[in-house]
Design a protein around this ligand. Structure first.
Ligand code: NOJ
Length: 739
């Protein structure tokens, strides 16, 4: 009976959805018959309406308003705030001929006003629910301010930490990256289009933008289709499967074809294989940049290539507006292609419910209530502490006692209110930031004496402040040294050729360490840093990334044991920049690294292991793993396998552990990575408690692209590894047979 009721429910839901879809398509059909060429191209046109500041503010605004009235623009980015968006929208829906509402986009990457940890930090939580919640809160705030659409999640895999945009994504692994991509899409968009407090998501930058040669932003990407599909494309696919409304094409070329003009990516893979039916927006001027890439002789050719490939909306390029009329006349772009692009954009606007409610409940009152409220601040503190990774804790120096007599807090980031906001802080304000010094001051006992000295700047060669910091370090029982990068050293156009601490900071840590007072280093940074000297000499290291407005409270929670750290690295930390690109799921080669022999794949001048491996992170308690138990030693290609492991908290504190499952397909028609993450679960255990964690390895998870680029499972032996990070694992093996 239950089954029948469920079937009826499912059928009626599907029918409802498809009748809603039909209504939307009919509405688009009728709009298309009414629209002039200018109005159609207008829907494909997006400008940055950042007219709030600058000498030409008024003029720019007037020009934009005129365009809106004429139906010559369909979307703005960087127009936000209920008052600003209302003003523009009112013109669109009251004064333009067809009253088609505008779509307002904004880069809500890690928060609107309540600034959350950077995405790389949140990925360190390995907690998709927490990440979904962070995206949801960002959506609520942005929606109250009239924003409809965020240019997030950024789901680019990054295997090279020189690339500054590694900060905006979820690291190096496609499985973890996919989980985070789906969580963020769900967080931004909710369960259905148009739900209150949601905004549209935009998975970017399609595709493989993170594969830039040398980690230099915007640089050439060249990789095999196998690597593209098995590593780089998976998180975009996960975002599409989770319902991402839009996709942004990337700046880079892949094997000679700029993504913005790639029919293979935008039509064959995205629309035909993945059945994506939202729209594609270019990245900022990435359409005209195809001329600079050297595949289009002029802007008109760029526009032709982009539209024909499947780029629907021109972000800030202005070339669709300028050249599509002529291209249509010449038959270089067909009316049908144009209509299809318009259809996709209108479809998303209709799905969002913009025609019915163009203002979507945004208002100054909603802004007051929904933006930067107490609940949001508490939530960002919670995600922030989950994002912290404990990298080293010799002799259990951490957690510190709150009753410490004298505590020195030093370093250029110890009392800094700007940098913890990270590279995309948008409406986040330095005045909202709780610094490490503030957080610690609120946490320690009232008898504790806190001494502060900045010591040095983040960059530059000035060491004049060293002496003061050293002298207070000498007088203290413990020193907390907060060092790292400036926020602007990661994010867009912020590639670095070195991975060491900038400026004189390492020398500064050396000077403090030399005092003999126990040292805890707290790192704030947007990428893995090669902090090799620190890792070898300092007793405790806390990786805090850029944690947003609640940085200091979250860090203090961890330093003083209010929260037991549970984060794990979503990316490998190299010992030196010379090792990059460096990632855990590498191929074995015919001569795997062996430092005792000569003729094999290694560097002769360093230790050939990572400084900290993928998946690594310590706790204040200890977890003991059993060996993995498999449900069978042999399965067929169509069967799944269960893997069970017991994990026990054998320490003295409650804590959370991220249990990780990796596989290795030992022999294939093509070589396979030495390890591939295929599952993880975050569990909480009180002292003495033991839990069994079960994973299911489905045929999909065991699949690969074979020598003929066919997706599927190959028969043969597989290894299974389970453990606390990608290196410390226990293994078992099983066989997959043809039948
Ligand atoms: C360029 C960046 O690459 C992209 O990520 C961002 O969304 C757009 N600018 C809009 O600001």
């Amino acid at each position: 009976m239950k089954k029948i009721i469920f079937a009826i429910f499912l059928c009626s839901t599907l029918l409802l959805a498809s009748s809603k879809d039909n209504t939307i398509e009919q509405k688009i059909d009728s709009l298309l018959t009414l629209m002039t060429l200018d109005e159609k191209i207008g829907q494909l046109t997006q400008y940055s309406g950042n007219y709030e500041t600058g000498p030409s503010a008024g003029t720019v605004k007037n020009e934009f308003q005129k365009l809106v009235k004429e139906g010559k623009v369909g979307s703005f980015l960087n127009v936000h705030g209920a008052t600003n968006t209302h003003e523009m929208q009112k013109i669109a829906v009251e004064q333009s001929r067809l009253k088609i509402p505008l779509l307002f986009g904004y880069d809500v990457i890690h928060g609107y006003r309540t600034t959350f940890p950077i995405p790389l930090a949140e990925a360190s939580s390995w907690d998709p629910q927490a990440v979904e919640k962070s995206a949801r809160i960002s959506a609520i705030e942005a929606a109250a301010a009239g924003v409809h659409w965020t240019f997030a999640p950024m789901v680019d895999i990054a295997r090279d930490p020189r690339w500054g945009r590694i900060a905006e994504g979820s690291g190096e692994d496609p499985y973890l990256g996919s989980a985070m991509a789906a969580a963020r899409v769900k967080g931004f968009q909710g369960n259905s289009y148009g739900e209150k407090g949601t905004i549209l998501s935009c998975a970017k930058h399609f595709a493989a933008y993170g594969g830039a040669e040398g980690g230099r932003d915007y640089n050439t990407v060249d990789m095999s289709e196998r690597t593209l599909r098995e590593i780089y494309l998976l998180p975009y696919k996960a975002a599409v499967d989770a319902g991402a409304a839009t996709i942004m094409s990337s700046f880079n070329e892949i094997a000679g074809v700029p993504s913005t003009g790639s029919k293979f990516l935008l039509t064959d893979v995205l629309r035909k294989e993945w059945h994506f039916d939202g729209f594609v927006v270019s990245d900022w001027t990435s359409i005209p940049e195809m001329h600079t890439h050297g595949v289009a002789a002029n802007d008109a050719e760029s526009a032709m290539l982009a539209l024909n490939a499947g780029t629907d909306m021109d972000m800030e390029g202005g070339v669709y507006r300028k050249h599509l009329p002529q291209l249509l006349k010449e038959g270089k772009v067909s009316e049908q292609t144009l209509n299809e692009a318009v259809r996709r954009i209108l479809r998303v606007k209709l799905r969002l419910g913009l025609f019915a409610d163009p203002y979507r409940n945004a208002s100054p009152e909603a802004e007051k209530k929904d933006i930067y409220n107490a609940a949001h601040i508490a939530a960002t503190r919670d995600v922030a502490r989950k994002s912290i990774v404990l990298l080293k804790n010799e002799k259990d120096i951490l957690p510190l006692k709150k009753e410490i007599k004298t505590l020195a807090v030093v370093g250029p980031l110890a009392n800094n209110t700007e940098e913890p906001l990270g590279p995309w802080h948008q409406q986040g304000r330095p005045s909202d930031v709780v610094t490490v010094l503030d957080g610690i001051t609120k946490t320690v006992s009232s008898d504790t004496k806190i001494l502060f000295a900045k010591g040095c700047d983040i960059v530059g060669n000035d060491t004049k402040g060293f002496d003061e910091a050293v002298s207070i370090a000498k007088k203290s029982d413990v020193v907390i040294v907060v060092v790292g990068e400036a926020a602007e050293m990661s994010g867009e156009a912020a590639s670095r050729s070195s991975l060491t601490l900038p400026g004189k900071q390492e020398k500064f840590v050396e000077a403090i360490q030399a005092t003999g007072t126990p040292v805890v280093v707290v790192l704030m940074n947007g990428r893995p840093l090669a902090v090799t000297w620190i890792a070898e000499h300092v007793s405790a290291i806390v990786e805090a990334w850029f944690l947003g407005v609640q940085s200091g409270n979250a860090i203090a929670d961890v330093l003083f044991g209010e929260y037991t750290p549970s984060g794990k690295l979503p990316v490998t930390f190299p010992r030196t920049v010379g090792q990059v690109p460096y990632y855990y799921n590498y191929k074995n080669t015919g001569r795997p690294m062996d430092e005792k022999q000569k003729y094999n794949s290694k560097y002769i001048d360093i230790s050939n292991t990572p400084l900290f491996p993928f998946g690594y992170g310590l706790s204040y308690t200890t977890f003991e793993y059993s060996s993995p138990r498999l449900s069978a030693s042999k399965i067929t290609k169509k069967e799944s396998l269960k893997v069970v492991v017991d994990v026990k908290n054998i320490g003295r504190r409650a804590g959370e552990e991220v249990v990780q499952l990796y596989i290795r397909d030992e022999y294939g028609s093509v070589t396979r990575p030495v390890k591939e993450l295929k599952g993880f679960q975050k569990i909480a255990l009180v002292p003495g408690e033991k839990k069994s964690v079960e994973f299911t390895l489905t045929p999909e998870l065991l699949s690969m692209y074979d020598i003929n680029m066919k997706w599927g499972v190959e028969a043969g032996t597989f290894k299974v590894y389970v453990g606390t990070n990608s290196v410390d694992v226990q293994e078992a093996s099983f066989e997959v047979s043809e039948l």
